[in-house]
Design a protein around this ligand. Structure first.
Ligand code: GNR
Ligand code: NI
Length: 174
């Protein structure tokens, strides 16, 4: 397994739409292993492949790992087949938008169809933090970040801050 670098905003790759996986083969599984390791190391509770620069419809999640035991989940080509009308609000963060957090409202339940680590078709009824996290990750597959739901002013301020931070880091490295 290899730790991969997580792309951060502003980066045009984060805005591209990811394409479906044709076959869940060894290469896809190895990418999922790398993504999981990268997510745990960050640390984060979810990661989409595009965050490590791979525009494929792959998500890894583990929303409980802080409480001890690891329960990784792998989603290939996920599709939301049903969403609840009720919404809930969580404070969201994103490894691609470091240091920024905001309350985001999303449907509180969703049913998701996907392929698992072995390419087997599965369905899950998600609620609470899991539902929020799946929707956050599925947004990444469409090139959407949580800051896109904020006011134009807030979003602009965050992007400005992040690009300033990036320039500082570049200067230190150079
Ligand atoms: O680590 C993460 N925490 C988180 C918290 C609330 C809502 C969504 C998330 S996902 C985020 C990791 C990440 O950026 N995934 O794309
Ligand atoms: Ni994210």
């Amino acid at each position: 397994m290899t730790l991969r670098q997580i792309l951060t905003e502003p980066n045009s790759m984060l805005r591209q739409k990811s394409t479906p996986v044709q076959i869940v083969d060894k290469d896809v599984q190895s990418l999922m292993d790398d993504m999981l390791e990268t997510m745990y190391a960050a640390p984060g509770i979810g990661l989409a492949a595009i965050q490590v620069g791979v525009p494929k419809r792959i998500i890894v999640l583990d929303i409980n790992h802080k409480e001890g035991s690891k329960k990784p989940m792998f989603f290939v080509n996920p599709e939301i087949i049903e969403k609840s009308k009720n919404n809930s609000t969580y404070e969201e963060g994103c490894l691609s938008v470091p240091g920024q957090f905001a309350e985001i409202e999303r449907p509180d339940r969703c049913n998701v169809k996907y392929l698992d680590y072995y390419g087997q078709p599965k369905e899950i009824k998600a609620e609470g933090m899991l539902a929020t996290c799946i929707q956050h990750e599925m947004d990444h597959l469409e090139g959407i970040l949580f800051i896109d739901y904020l006011s134009k002013l807030k979003k602009t301020m965050i992007i400005k801050k992040l690009s300033k931070q990036k320039k500082t880091i570049e200067r230190i490295v150079v």
